[in-house]
Write a protein that binds this ligand. Structure first.
Ligand SMILES: Cc1ncc(C[n+]2csc(CCOP(=O)(O)OP(=O)(O)O)c2C)c(N)n1
Ligand SMILES: [Mg+2]
Length: 195
């Protein structure tokens, strides 16, 4: 299992400067890695990062595009894998697979007395197998002997690829502003830096 930060660092060192990164949920803090990059967009609605990335790939062939998605998010729009295969888009989809609605779990842990509900997936689909079933090549970092090297080589291959990246469920995405709170009350960040 890789830590999200390890994934980020491999991604950062194998991305050309003009890569476009579409991120969802656990990956929002990718912005810490490249704080001044303009070619990054965060998608708030689950399921949409992959669609946006495919649209961009069709509109700008040749552009390197990476999607950082959550397992809950991808499950909302899994059929995009069919489009990725049909159009042979050069999109790498890195799936941060924590078996949770992680952001929901984190809010319940931090602000709701650890009363967890609707946070955990009882079914744990084999996303790499699903991708291959759609005709999209896939790698699974869970079974890789050297996950960082496997990730790097998947990024280097042309065409679509799903990369299943298992992530520990305790990993939190910070900073986070408490519900109803002001930005200066953020947890795990430097409020002064944004004021
Ligand atoms: C369409 C939609 N429904 C509900 C939400 C509320 N929501 C925000 S994060 C989240 C959980 C996301 O889970 P996952 O995609 O697995 O990402 P993780 O937080 O685990 O990285 C939910 C339900 C949303 N953003 N979009
Ligand atoms: Mg998740």
């Amino acid at each position: 299992m890789m830590k999200r930060d390890q994934c980020f660092r491999v991604l950062a060192s194998h991305c050309p400067d003009d890569v476009v990164v579409a991120v969802y949920s656990s990956a929002f803090d990718w912005v810490r890695i490249r704080p001044h990059a303009l070619n990054y967009f965060a998608v708030g609605a689950m399921g949409l990062a992959s669609s946006h990335a495919l649209g961009l790939a069709l509109g700008q062939p040749g552009r390197r595009i990476i999607v950082l998605d959550g397992d809950g998010s991808l499950l909302m729009n899994l059929s995009e894998l069919a489009t990725a295969a049909e159009e042979e888009v050069d999109v790498k989809l890195v799936l941060f697979n924590n078996g949770l609605h992680g952001l929901v779990h984190q809010q319940q842990a931090l602000f709701l007395g650890r009363r967890f509900i609707a946070d955990r997936f009882r079914a744990r689909p084999d996303f790499a197998a699903l991708a291959r079933g759609f005709g999209v090549p896939a790698v699974d970092l869970e079974t890789a002997s050297d996950p960082a090297a496997e990730l790097a080589s998947a990024l280097a291959r042309p065409g679509p690829c799903l990369i299943n990246a298992p992530i520990a469920e305790e990993e939190q995405v910070l900073p986070m502003v408490p519900p109803g709170g002001a930005n200066r009350e953020m947890i795990g960040g430097q409020a002064d830096a944004v004021l």
